[in-house]
Write a protein that binds this ligand. Structure first.
Ligand code: AMP
Length: 471
């Protein structure tokens, strides 16, 4: 099936061809005709599947008819993070280049002035994070009565970040007669409830996880002694096959220290994590994209969703605490038809985390030869011991006590360490305050704040901001 079979306009087909796409991805094949027929849709799909184009392309054709009115956007796309919001905006810019649609981007960390001006004039598409949108709505700067098309993207991530009440409120302000598209990598109960409440007879589409289906990523498991982990990483990064690499760590502090150590070892390394100011992140990302540095040490939140072409390697310096993060991490390589290598460094203490990943992906990570790993599991925790934070981390990365009860996701009860497992019932849990703080994912943004404390913005700011497309 080609893009021409999907019912898209000639202008869009031209833009798609110019983007270099030969054929639609499975989600695009299934979603685009339904969206064009104005049906509600549930798309169970992750980033990397081409899901953004599956809603952006038909939206452009739908919006090509009709005109926008001042302060009344005609469509709304909700994204959990600034990063993802801007990537969607870039997609609109790319595919909408032969159309004359206007859009505004409402995200934290970017001045609101220009965006408000764009809104005043009237926009066809508003792309927003819930916190910033509610803030503006509360100040009477925006009306949603004319917004007949709503996209809720990455709904399970919204749930993790505590945005569901905001989304419910936003939905209630939109016309009841509208088209709603909901995308989510998974369908936990609260998301299902949200869909039941706000979607009408939706078509449900489910596509394979890109990482599990993605044969272009060569996944390897390198067993290491915790004490030698850093040196093993440096040796691997020094290998001639590593052109560009993103190195993931579970903690911001490790990201910082590791980047320093890699630089000391003579490697061209930079860093990106949640503690950095936005301009600093953008600068670091640009240095990586332009080749000034070829190694980027990153935290999960900062690197999530980043679409950087040509990353030859991903290294998991730490095995991620949650298996979903593994999929997101390795998805930074093997993109756009290229092949990539994902190497996970695992100490004996990481055995359960690796097991959880393999259970999720349904495949064993291929073990590869490395420096001799210790035969017995380490009794002493390693400096970056993944076990303890795993115990303290609720799904979605926040400490259990930080999360609003109404959005509590069903938590997977962590298994006790192997030594304790034989004595079921006596398995000891660490007291809450002794658990290491997971310092990456921030708590729900409080309103009204000029700069919602949501995930830090770490991508380029699209040039079109507030401009008319195609002009
Ligand atoms: P997404 O799942 O929306 O994050 O898209 C992942 C990547 O796939 C992005 O870099 C898109 O530009 C790219 N992409 C989207 N649709 C296609 C297609 N039909 N053929 C090739 N690449 C695509």
């Amino acid at each position: 099936m080609s893009f021409a079979d999907l019912g898209l306009s000639d202008e869009l087909l031209r833009a798609v061809a110019e983007a270099g796409y030969d054929e639609p991805t499975p989600i695009q094949r299934q979603a685009i005709p339904s969206v064009l027929m104005m049906r509600d849709l549930i798309g169970i799909a992750q980033t990397g599947t081409g899901k953004t184009a599956s809603f952006v392309l038909p939206m452009i054709d739908i919006l090509a008819q009709g005109r926008s009115r001042a302060r009344m956007p005609r469509s709304l796309i909700l994204e959990p993070t600034r990063e993802l919001a801007a990537q969607v905006a870039e997609n609109f810019e790319k595919y909408g280049k032969h159309h004359k649609l206007s859009m505004a981007l409402l995200i934290g960390g970017v001045s609101m002035g220009d965006q408000q001006k764009a809104l005043e004039k009237g926009v066809d598409v508003l792309i927003a994070t819930p916190g910033r949108l509610m803030d503006l709505f509360g100040r009477g700067k925006i009306m949603l009565n004319d917004c007949n098309l709503l996209v809720i993207d990455e709904a399970d991530r919204m749930l993790d970040m505590g945005f569901i009440p905001d989304i419910e409120e936003i939905c209630s302000k939109l016309p009841a007669q509208r088209q709603t598209l909901l995308f989510s990598a998974t369908m936990p109960a609260p998301i299902k409830k949200l869909a039941d409440k706000f979607l009408t007879s939706p078509k449900t589409i489910e596509v394979a996880r890109p990482a599990t289906a993605n044969a272009s990523i060569d996944q390897r498991l390198l067993k290491v002694d915790a004490r030698k982990k850093k040196q093993v990483l440096i040796d691997r990064l020094s290998g001639h096959d590593v052109r560009t690499a993103i190195v993931f760590s579970n903690r911001k502090t490790t990201v910082r220290d590791l980047a320093k150590d890699l630089k000391r070892a003579g490697l061209r390394a930079g860093e990106i994590h949640g503690d950095m100011e936005q301009p600093e992140r953008i600068r670091e990302l640009d240095r990586f994209k332009e080749g000034e540095i070829n190694i980027l040490v990153a935290s999960d939140v900062a690197a999530r969703g980043l679409d950087i072409k040509d990353v030859s390697h991903v290294f998991n310096y730490d095995v991620p605490w949650h298996p979903d993060d593994y999929i997101h991490r390795i998805g930074r390589t093997g993109r756009a038809g290229k092949t990539g290598i994902a190497i996970t460094l695992a100490t004996p203490a990481d055995a359960e985390a690796v097991e959880a990943i393999e259970k999720l992906t349904g495949a064993k990570i291929r073990p590869v030869e490395g420096p001799a790993a210790p035969a017995e599991p380490d009794a002493a925790p390693a400096p970056d011991d993944a076990e303890a934070p795993r115990r303290g981390r609720a799904r979605g990365g926040r400490q259990a006590q930080d999360r609003p009860a109404r959005e509590e996701r069903p938590r997977r009860e962590p298994r006790p360490p192997r030594a304790e497992r034989s004595e079921r019932g006596s398995a000891r849990r660490e007291p809450e305050e002794e658990r290491p703080r997971h310092d990456e994912r921030p708590a729900r943004p409080r309103r009204p704040e000029p700069e919602p404390d949501e995930e830090g913005w770490n991508g380029p700011i699209p040039s079109f901001l507030g401009q008319t497309l195609g002009s």
